[in-house]
Design a protein around this ligand. Structure first.
Ligand SMILES: N[C@@H](CCC(=O)N[C@@H](CS)C(=O)NCC(=O)O)C(=O)O
Length: 106
């Protein structure tokens, strides 16, 4: 079963501009997991997966629903440990947390 990724889109459902959703697309690609995207406009975000989150990305995988790009990355890392690592160990995880917390925000 592919991972389902709810992914922000514009009026054109092929227009994907959320950096948080791109993080997850890159993580899924890095782990070479198959996924299906569910393009989600702003007006539908709160309806995703029964209203689990006010924001996307949201991922459904094997009965689990996970929101927040950091939590999703950690879920993927822990659930698929034999695939290419996203962090390369605890030091890399800590550095990634620092970068994701500070780089995208002014
Ligand atoms: N901390 C969240 C932030 C996600 C976020 O800001 N998502 C925005 C799109 S870039 C969103 O869904 N906004 C919906 C809204 O504001 O209604 C994460 O890392 O996933």
């Amino acid at each position: 079963m592919p991972v389902i990724l709810y992914n922000l889109c514009g009026a054109d459902e092929h227009q994907h501009f959320s950096p948080y959703c791109w993080r997850i697309k890159m993580a899924l690609a890095h782990k070479e997991l198959s996924w299906e995207e569910r393009p989600t406009p702003f007006t539908k975000v709160r309806e995703v997966a029964g209203g689990v989150s006010a924001m996307v990305p949201v991922v459904e995988d094997d009965g689990y629903t996970i929101s927040d790009s950091w939590d999703i990355a950690n879920y993927l890392e822990e659930t698929y440990p034999t695939r290419s690592s996203l962090f390369g160990g605890e030091a890399g995880r800590a550095l990634s947390r620092f970068v994701e917390s500070w780089v995208i925000h002014p």
